[in-house]
Design a protein around this ligand. Structure first.
Ligand SMILES: NC(=O)c1ccc[n+]([C@@H]2O[C@H](COP(=O)([O-])OP(=O)(O)OC[C@H]3O[C@@H](n4cnc5c(N)ncnc54)[C@H](O)[C@@H]3O)[C@@H](O)[C@H]2O)c1
Ligand SMILES: [Zn+2]
Length: 392
């Protein structure tokens, strides 16, 4: 503490560190009556207590899920008390865009007199987790929050992270907080029941994290691309687990879990993906946009002399084999000045964090590298390459 009796200004430094820890559990059949995984995480701090909880469930999962949650609570009623019947909420981006859903969830918690030792459990895709996570983090300044992600993307990436958020005026995640959850439960059964399109989309994040962090994992994905393309159960489980682990490692050991710096080390291929998502008004899934963004930045990495030539073709071939299309007509949209609108994504990307532009590119298949400048002419060239590759 600095202290001066003479100066006009006296500064006292307040300093503390708060350690965070939360379990990420991989299971199957989380609401099966005899599966103790959920009960165990709810009871992990006070084993003898009966815990109050509110469940918000993605309506894309259907009515039977609500009954399964009720049956689970009934079977474990010594440990778990439902504050109300499980509440179905809209799945997908709608819940993050129409903010009355956030307000009505908060109203519900208010009416139920939920306190900070109670649980808000979110079951659903990344969008539902983001919106419910914000509700949990801001109600009473933070109610215990348990996530049960139900898509590949939510299980291998967003759900194991520490962020939540909703959109404002078309800007993704403009309102949100950093708030580590109390626990995460990844249930493989949800993945096996997903529509094919969502099974494919979430694999983009596994390819991404392999490309920037783990050559061995990239090789594993290549060797198992047949199994992944047909959604073989154990390949899907391994892919999700390894991808989740790599994301967790970055957050836990990367030195900047709450992203106060300018870097977004896990956002390879994302500057254009975010723009493309909004250009297509979310008709493209996040992962589908990321696959295109990775192809673009792989080619740029080659043109910039960072990635040996041929690497970009290997990445594109893998992504296409997994089921991704690496072009979308919205990419070709131009503004009044004739410039590709997608290139505005670079500025938006920088503005979200502030500070210096930081884009992750590739120096190898497994090695990400951060750069602070993007040569627009070279990026145009990469765009032309992607366009002509698609035969557009
Ligand atoms: N917080 C973060 O760190 C972070 C990171 C990446 C992405 N995200 C966010 O995640 C969101 C995308 O999440 P997503 O890819 O999981 O998609 P999503 O949440 O938009 O869900 C897609 C669709 O799948 C349905 N669904 C969910 N689970 C299902 C299941 N098991 N079976 C059948 N249908 C199911 C939903 O109802 C929805 O219609 C975006 O809003 C993105 O911004 C957040
Ligand atoms: Zn992503």
């Amino acid at each position: 503490m600095a202290h001066s009796t003479q100066a006009r200004t006296v500064t006292h430094w307040q300093r503390f560190a708060v350690p965070y820890e939360f379990p990420v559990v991989f299971t199957e059949g989380v609401f099966d009556a005899d599966n103790p995984a959920l009960r165990d995480v709810l009871c992990r701090l006070e084993p003898a207590k009966r815990h109050r909880a509110v469940f918000f469930a993605d309506d894309g999962l259907g009515e039977p899920l609500l009954a399964a949650i009720e049956a689970y609570a009934e079977r474990h009623r010594d440990a778990l008390e439902l504050a109300c019947a499980p509440v179905a909420v809209p799945g997908g981006e709608k819940i993050k865009t129409e903010l009355h859903f956030v307000e009505s969830m908060q109203q519900k918690l208010f009416e139920l007199r939920l306190d900070r030792h109670s649980y808000v459990v979110a079951v659903g895709g990344g969008a539902v987790l983001d919106a419910v996570g914000l509700v949990a983090a801001t109600t009473h300044r933070g109610v215990r929050h348990v996530r049960i992600p139900t898509t590949v993307l939510a299980q291998n990436d967003s759900g194991v992270g520490v962020k939540n958020g909703v959109n404002l005026q078309g800007v993704k995640n403009f309102v949100g907080t950093f708030a580590p959850p109390f626990a995460v439960l990844n249930d493989l059964a949800f993945i096996l029941a997903l529509p094919e399109r969502d099974k494919i989309a979430g694999m983009a994040e596994a390819v991404k994290v392999a490309l920037i962090r783990d050559a061995e994992f990239f090789g594993w994905i290549e060797r198992h691309m047949d199994d992944l393309a047909t959604f073989e159960r154990s390949a899907m489980a391994t892919m999700i687990r390894r991808c989740a682990e790599l994301h967790m490692r970055q957050i836990g050991h990367g030195g900047d879990p709450f992203e106060t710096g300018s870097a977004r080390p896990l956002d390879y291929g994302h500057w254009s993906a975010h723009k493309l998502e909004s250009l297509t008004r979310h008709h493209l899934r996040h992962g589908e946009a990321v696959a295109i963004g990775m192809a673009l930045d792989a080619r740029y990495s080659v043109l910039a002399g960072l990635l040996p030539a041929g690497g970009e073709e290997r990445i594109c071939a893998l992504l296409e084999y997994l089921g991704f299309q690496l072009w979308h007509p919205a990419l070709a949209r131009t503004g009044p000045n004739g410039e590709w609108v997608i290139l505005e994504g670079l500025k938006d990307f920088q503005e979200h964090l502030g500070g210096e532009l930081t884009v992750t590119l590739l120096a190898g298949l497994g090695t990400g590298v951060e750069v602070h400048e993007i040569d627009v002419e070279r990026m145009r060239e990469a765009m032309h390459w992607l366009k002509s590759r698609a035969g557009d």
